[in-house]
Write a protein that binds this ligand. Structure first.
Ligand code: TEU
Length: 580
């Protein structure tokens, strides 16, 4: 960006996605048109008017490709087709046309760190040690002096994200193959240029079909540090932590720059790329998202969704609001000049935010609106996960038999086998399991919430009688109405998309407050993360309390606490605007 560019010109030059809002659809759980209890493409197509009315600009579809569904589609057996459970390529084209007709865009999920073990590439690779595709995956001999197939014989001691080792022994060829996730998700070897160019050709095929970009699954894991070596084994652990040995490897920027050059460069279409990058730091994200470097437009970082976790995901802790402000504040500051943030509370891997950081009981609606306000008023591209816009909550899972997600089910059996109390393991699952995000979308108060005429693959949350889109759309005070307003502000009030960010009250354990500034416009956002009345001790509070209230989240008729200064009701959020 030329130095002497004034802010108006800067806004004009900024990429389209800086004013966009993305809506994530989890196809298995969104809308089922054929009554088989699993969502599908025709179901999504039947809800496009709802999405257009919400105001979102981009739909991100979690995987819909052929897959044995071991990890609900993140295990792909054919990249250039549609799983019959979800529909056909013709139905996909019709959906894409419907999205574009409504002025929206569609982003696909690109899962190329690994394939399914039922993908033709892997079938050929495992067929023999001399297979021309052997080196398309990571094959290694058993560890010297160990009995092949026995624990400890794995080439490295890494633990998988889904419990157990990251290596599976193949009796046929007497070697192990690497899988950072499930054993049905073997990792592709990106060191092999044939692999990379096969992936680029597949990506061009989808872009030529009209899709508008990609969300890239665990894309920072495609470059491993060579040679592959053991990780550190924590006390009481059987396997070692290999994260820093397989994530953010030495060739990651080279691979992403090559991908950009081979797939995106020279295309006129307005495309979006977002890289999911567990463990990525602010410094690394500046490099990945610096437009000059042409790698990705933005990344998904994980810091803020690990703040209520101790030694791992299942070691559930309370959230200290100061930690949240410190983390999000650092990302805002770190990507203020170079790069760009994605903003999310929810996705198909995270529990529902209103149950996690809000109050999904008495103050469900107000706290869901407060959380939406805080996130959407930050600088970056917001992502809304299906159901978040109506304040869907975590689900009342009773026993392990109620869970479907292999990460959760594997963890349960691993922990219980290791002697942990089943009740406390279940309690952690109820709070943190990914299945909380995957219960069917609640469209109305009918039997299966209008999701399916059949039997849903995962039980509908019984609170759909009260919490559903039909009711929310009809209620001007609903979470849905508030999200429509938030999205509209990003489209109509320049400071929301383009303003600088300044965190306030970093040490206040109850109030989240920050400023946004752009040209002559200034916003003050104050939000109460507690169920009690609290004061927001910001500078010029009295003056601010007299300014225009651009957005509030109190129900009509609810009393706003009087000053002096700014006093917030339980879970209240306010956005003040002034012209300076
Ligand atoms: O998730 C990667 C990832 O980091 C998560 O698995 C995360 O570790 C976990 O869910 C947090 O509990 C991506 C996809 O989003 C996820 O659905 C897939 O299971 C995974 O990759 C493998 O493809």
């Amino acid at each position: 960006m030329p130095e002497n560019t004034n802010s108006t010109e800067r806004v004009a030059l900024t990429p389209w996605w800086r004013t966009a809002v993305v809506y994530q659809v989890y196809p298995r759980s969104f809308a089922d048109a054929d009554g088989d209890g699993i969502g599908d493409l025709r179901g999504i197509a039947s809800r496009l008017d709802y999405l257009q009315d919400l105001g979102v600009d981009v739909l991100w579809l979690s995987p819909v490709y052929p897959s044995p569904q071991d990890d609900n589609g993140y295990d792909i057996s054919d990249y250039q087709d549609i799983d019959p459970t979800f529909g056909t390529l013709a139905e996909f084209d019709a959906l894409l046309e419907g999205v574009h007709e409504r002025g929206m865009k569609l982003v696909m999920d690109l899962v190329v760190n690994h394939t399914s073990d039922e993908h033709a590439w892997f079938a050929e690779s495992r067929s023999s040690k001399d297979s021309p595709k052997r080196d398309w995956y990571w094959w290694r001999p058993p560890r010297e002096g160990r009995t092949p197939g026995e624990p400890g014989a794995e080439p490295t001691n890494w633990k998988s994200f889904f419990s157990g080792p990251t290596w599976e022994y193949d009796e046929e060829t007497e070697e192990y193959y690497l899988h950072l996730f499930s054993r049905k998700q073997p990792d592709l070897n990106w060191e092999n240029p044939e692999v990379r160019h096969a992936v680029y050709a597949m990506m061009r095929w989808w872009l030529d079909r009209g899709v508008d970009g990609f969300r890239m699954d665990v894309i920072n894991m495609i470059s491993k540090t060579l040679p592959l070596t053991d990780g550190t084994v924590q006390d009481g652990e059987r396997y070692g932590e290999g994260f820093n040995l397989f994530a953010g490897g030495p060739r990651i920027h080279e691979f992403l720059a090559e991908m950009h050059a081979e797939v995106f460069a020279g295309r006129s279409a307005e495309l979006l790329t977002v890289g999911e990058m567990p463990g990525v730091t602010v410094e690394e994200a500046r490099l990945f998202t610096d437009p000059e470097r042409a790698e990705v437009d933005m990344v998904f970082q994980f810091e803020h969704v690990a703040l209520d976790q101790g030694a791992g995901k299942w070691d559930v802790r309370g959230l200290d609001l100061r930690d949240l402000k410190a983390s999000l504040g650092r990302w805002q500051e770190g990507l203020a000049e170079i790069g760009w943030n994605s903003l999310y509370w929810n996705n198909h891997d995270q529990p529902r935010i209103v149950s996690r950081f809000g109050d999904d009981g008495e103050h469900r609606v107000r706290s869901a609106k407060m959380l939406g306000t805080v996130l959407h008023m930050h600088r970056g591209t917001p992502y809304v996960y299906q159901g978040e816009e109506i304040g869907m909550t975590n689900a009342p899972f009773a026993g392990i038999e109620d869970f479907e997600d292999l990460e959760s089910v594997n963890h349960y059996h691993h922990a219980v086998d290791a002697g942990e109390d089943p009740g406390s393991v279940l309690a952690a699952l109820r709070t943190m399991s990914r299945d909380n995000a995957r219960t069917p979308m609640q469209w109305d108060d009918s039997a299966h919430a209008g999701f399916t005429a059949g039997t849903p693959w995962l039980a509908v949350n019984p609170n759909h009688r009260e919490i559903n889109a039909a009711r929310a759309v009809a209620d001007p005070d609903s979470v849905h109405a508030h999200y429509r307003r938030l999205i509209d502000l990003r489209h109509t009030v320049p400071v929301v998309a383009h303003g600088d960010f300044e965190m306030l009250l970093p040490d206040d354990p109850h109030v989240y407050a920050f400023l946004r500034r752009h040209e002559s416009e200034e916003l003050l956002v104050v939000a109460n993360f507690t169920g009690d009345e609290v004061g927001a001790e910001v500078k010029d509070a009295d003056q601010w309390s007299g300014e225009e209230l651009l957005l509030g989240n109190l129900e009509q008729g609810a009393r706003r606490p009087d000053g002096p200064g700014i006093v917030l009701a339980p879970w209240e959020a306010r956005v003040y605007r002034r012209v300076v």
